[in-house]
Design a protein around this ligand. Structure first.
Ligand SMILES: *Cc1c(COP(=O)(O)O)cnc(C)c1O
Length: 390
């Protein structure tokens, strides 16, 4: 049986979410904008899904707008704020954003915006003081990833939100890895915009949402029909919306059980790796990290080679972000944390999810330990190290 340890790349669709979606892929196919009876029932299902999402996040239903992905929500947050406030041309973000924010910022720089990319400490964290110091008179938006997809580090967003609120600057957070995995209460956490994506918490792919706090000025990204109260044009992905809301409701309701259980698995796996395999370093924050995230660097070998060894034995992990797999560029996140090229290239991410169990840890170790040993036996770097030691 395969051993799936890449839940940060995507999660299996929850069976309850699938069951909720099926009627909308079959008989209930009507366009929610149409006026006849069956279409109004579809409209009502979409509205109910919005209420579920809002309830799960401590928001109001009018503050939830459905998008085609987490990436779209991230792009929209930045473009939308900037377009609604053309006088301001400065953006504050971090060096460890997901490409959905990072590459949007790079594109904006080409259009004349200036971007401050805040450096992180060795655990991948920024401080609220860094944000405060970076604010300029023409700062239009601050965008900080809530929990990093590669290393799992959680940012002190509460404190950051207090600063941006006091300064009157909109705060966006890419919470795609956080939603459904750590508690989020938007009635207490004062972010203005928040991006989420269904397929990271047991929902289907190709559906996400942008939370837009009441009163936040945000121009549309897509123009066309009047869907989503004129904020996001395009016929709704009805089945996707229904599946996302069902998955989020389950994930949030299960959090008090799943979070400690998965965190315990995470810590057990970290402990197994660090005690059984020499020359390994844990990447990311020791405690402020996502429940399912294990990111470790194996000295002297390439994470990419190790990944292929694991794949051959039915064990699926990642070197970091799905987008950078295949490219031999070291991870921008690990480089920002000060890792050497060698250690950054030796990194592997195991991301645990609701379906993983205690039994998966010895199963992984049985494959991982000999795979690392085999690769090191072939590694000229390891050979040099051993010779020097003699
Ligand atoms: C997966 C991910 C995204 C992109 O979401 P998609 O729905 O796949 O476009 C954005 N940010 C983070 C942190 C992610 O992990």
């Amino acid at each position: 049986m395969a051993l799936y340890l890449d839940n940060a790349a995507t999660t299996p669709l929850h069976p309850v979410a699938l069951a909720a979606m099926l009627p909308f892929l079959e008989g209930k196919f009507h366009n929610p904008s149409s006026v006849y009876t069956p279409a109004r029932a579809v409209r009502q299902a979409v509205d109910e899904a919005r209420i579920k999402m809002a309830t799960a996040l401590g928001a109001s239903p009018e503050e939830i707008v459905f998008t085609g992905s987490g990436t779209e929500a991230d792009n929209w947050a930045l473009y939308g704020v900037l377009e609604s406030n053309p006088a301001k041309k400065h953006i504050i973000t971090t060096k460890i954003e997901h490409h959905g924010i990072l590459f949007t910022c790079r594109a904006l720089e080409k259009r004349g915006y200036t971007v401050t990319y805040l450096p992180v400490d060795e655990h991948g964290q920024i401080t609220p003081a860094q944000v405060e110091e970076a604010i300029k008179p023409d700062t239009a938006v601050v965008s900080i990833i809530m929990a990093n997809n590669e290393i799992g580090t959680i940012q002190p967003l509460d404190e950051i939100a207090k600063i941006t609120r006091r300064k009157g600057i909109p705060l966006h957070t890419d919470a795609v890895q956080a939603v459904g995995h750590i508690p989020i209460d938007l009635s207490a956490l004062h972010v203005d915009l928040l991006a989420l994506s269904a397929h990271k918490f047991g929902g289907p792919k190709g559906i996400g949402a942008l939370y837009i706090r009441k009163g936040t000025r945000l121009a549309p990204l897509l123009y066309g029909g009047a869907q989503e109260r004129n904020r996001r044009a395009g016929t709704e992905n009805v089945a996707g919306i229904i599946g996302m809301a069902a998955a989020l409701e389950i994930a949030v309701n299960e959090l008090t059980e799943s979070r400690p259980r998965i965190s315990e698995l995470r810590d057990a796996l970290i402990n197994e790796i660090l005690t059984n395999i020499p020359h390994v370093k844990l990447n990311g924050h020791p405690t402020h990290r996502l429940p399912g995230n294990v990111n470790v660097s194996f000295q002297f070998i390439e994470g990419e080679s190790l990944l292929l060894h694991l794949d051959m034995q039915g064990c699926y992990a990642s070197t970091g972000s799905a987008c950078s797999s295949g490219a031999l560029e070291p991870s921008h996140v690990l480089m920002a944390m000060g890792l050497s090229h060698g250690m950054a290239n030796g990194a592997l991410r195991f991301s645990l999810g609701r379906e993983n169990t205690q039994a998966d840890i010895p199963r992984l170790m049985e494959i991982l330990t000999p795979a690392v040993a085999r690769l090191r036996a072939m590694s000229p770097l390891y050979d040099d190290y051993i010779k020097k030691g003699e």
